[in-house]
Design a protein around this ligand. Sequence first.
Ligand SMILES: Nc1ncnc2c1ncn2[C@@H]1O[C@H](COP(=O)(O)OP(=O)(O)OP(=O)(O)O)[C@@H](O)[C@H]1O
Ligand SMILES: [Mg+2]
Length: 375
Amino acid sequence: MRIALLAARALIALLAFSPGSSSSSPPSKDKTFRTLLAVPASPELGRRSAPRASSDPRAAPAPALAQDVFWSDRLDGAPPAGFSDLHVKRWQLKARSSRLVSLERGCGRVSNRLARFSDGTRACLRYGINPEQVQGETLSFYLSRLLGIRNVPALALSRVNTNTEQWLRVRQDIQGSQWADKSIVSLTEWISNLTDVVAPPPLRTEGRRLHPLLEDLANVTNQEMLELVQWSDLILFDYLTANFDRLASNLLSLQWDSRVMERSTNNLHRTAKGALVFIDNEAGLVHGYRVLPMWDRYHEALLNTLCIFRKETAKKIAELHKSQNVANQLFEQYRASEPLAFQMGFLSEDHAEMLQNRTDRLYKHILQCKAKYSK
Ligand SMILES: Nc1ncnc2c1ncn2[C@@H]1O[C@H](COP(=O)(O)OP(=O)(O)OP(=O)(O)O)[C@@H](O)[C@H]1O
Ligand SMILES: [Mg+2]
């Protein structure tokens, strides 16, 4: 399984790699990896400093594309806007009340299924071999809603029970599934016509960086710019949830595969309208927090590539920092929208505290970027 493989590789990397020590890998790869892990020094919190001095005019701030450390309103407000609250609510209602008529192989690993409802629409069904997988998937979805990040498809939980209307007609499909009796599974809205996504040039190339500088944003088409706005949310979201199964795993893989960034990004797709879709978030919040010591260096490296944000996301992070109760707010949203919330369970005390700490870290990071780039 991919996650197990990556975890094993991460452990090997952790044991084999210590910054500053000599490495047995070829020099070019070693350089790439070190460059990635180099975290630029940040100015003290609250202190303002001038933009980086450079003789290259492209290193000047990018006023048309960014205001301060935020994407310009023109870019931020432009479509594609992702899945609206209304859309999510309607889909959840339908997913909970519709009959399933078939469960076919599809949607990834052998334990998942491509489910079809009686109206012909589809959903990806995820069965967790370990309950933390469905929990991570579900809580990551609700955290995305809390943050106002609309790139995660709608999700609803359902308890497998062939005595109920919803499951009656797929009794035979379930018999061949080897799922534990009466498990809770997640149903995620099927999004048609998805395409693969390669990391954009500012994040793909060596010395990756997405700051409000012309140097970073030059030569990017309008379409790519609209996607970059969504990438800035993706980096914050994966940092917060400590989801290693998307970008962080690519950083790790760079040691073995120097061209991994030129390939499509795992668990990330694009709709026909250009919205990024963050699928498969099961590594987030629960599993990701449990294995954080293995992965945090990659999460930190990714966060430090980013110094430009959506205003709405930054505002939400500031609010969640100020309130110091992000886990409570997440729980409230989850409990209010998901009838199986109590049966599926929530974050442990330790993980709730980690979520708050990571929110505070994001808040501080945004302040550091402001100190560096605000006029
Ligand atoms: N909601 C969705 N809408 C459309 N396609 C989807 C959706 N979810 C998953 N898929 C398709 O199924 C593939 C596998 O999905 P997913 O990553 O969720 O499963 P997985 O078991 O983790 O597989 P992998 O190990 O390949 O990541 C995706 O790459 C995508 O093509
Ligand atoms: Mg996956």
